[in-house]
Write a protein of this length. Structure first.
Length: 251
């Protein structure tokens, strides 16, 4: 299977592989296992064949119940659909968790990300995705997504990459790629893998939405001291599950 950051599909313009990123201890996130995406409601027959070829068997939908009903995902017969709506709805536990450390003030968008990080229901949704990845069969792959593939998906991707030991600057650049891809979408074309690589290399994370994700990652560090403490205390993962997660998705 080809190693490509952006997977070209007819019905989704932001379907991306999280593989290939380097960690701070010189390991690499493996390719063709963890995908992040925008809406999967307009996938074509050819797109579904592509997902089957990539062994995508789990679809974690981060969208609200309204979005899920209005624009249901297109699934292959092999795919398991999991409702992982991030924002609390009626019947959910909509309250903020206790935080052992200092939490920094943020701007409007940053405060939304901070609210997601601290909300008990949101943490439950993130934990569902993480556990699906921990127990995913070795020959299978998973996709998680929202509508645009930026905010809810961006936070989930940041938690996954942070858990795997990818540095903050790389996490921010992966997050900002969505903005770049929408520029290409407006021009009705998709960038090549080489163009994507050049975009990441030149990206200035001090502009645009970069500080928002930086604030999110800083809140995570200052609030809990480490990603492991957050995963254990707030998402309910065990130390053994975290180790298994890293062993599964790093080489």
């Amino acid at each position: 299977m080809a190693k490509q950051r952006l997977v070209p599909l007819d019905g989704a313009m932001n379907f991306r592989d999280l593989g290939g990123y380097q960690t701070t201890d010189h390991q690499t996130v493996i390719w063709n296992k963890i995908y992040r995406a925008d809406s999967l409601s307009d996938l074509s027959t050819g797109d579904l064949k592509q997902l089957t070829k990539r062994h995508v068997t789990v679809d974690c939908d981060l969208r609200s119940a309204f979005e899920q009903r209005a624009m249901p995902d297109q699934l292959t017969t092999e795919m398991k659909y999991i409702d992982c709506h991030v924002y609390a709805e009626e019947g959910d536990t909509d309250q903020q968790s206790d935080v052992p450390g200092e939490i920094l003030p943020t701007d409007y968008l940053g405060s939304i990300y901070q609210h997601i990080l601290l909300n008990i229901h949101s943490q439950h949704a993130f934990g569902k995705v993480m556990r699906e990845l921990v127990y995913l069969a070795p020959d299978e792959a998973l996709v998680f997504h929202c509508s645009a593939g930026k905010d809810r998906t961006g936070v989930m991707a940041a938690l996954i990459l942070k858990t795997l030991g990818v540095d903050d600057q790389t996490i921010i650049k992966d997050y900002l790629l969505t903005n770049q891809l929408y520029d290409f979408s407006a021009a009705r074309q998709l960038p090549s893998s080489n163009q994507l690589g050049q975009m990441v290399a030149k990206m200035n994370t001090t502009k645009g939405d970069g500080p928002v994700m930086k604030g999110f990652l800083t809140t995570l560090e200052q609030g809990w001291g480490s990603i492991d403490h957050f995963l254990i205390r707030q998402l309910g993962l065990s130390a053994e599950e975290i180790d298994k997660f890293r062993q599964r998705y790093l080489k």
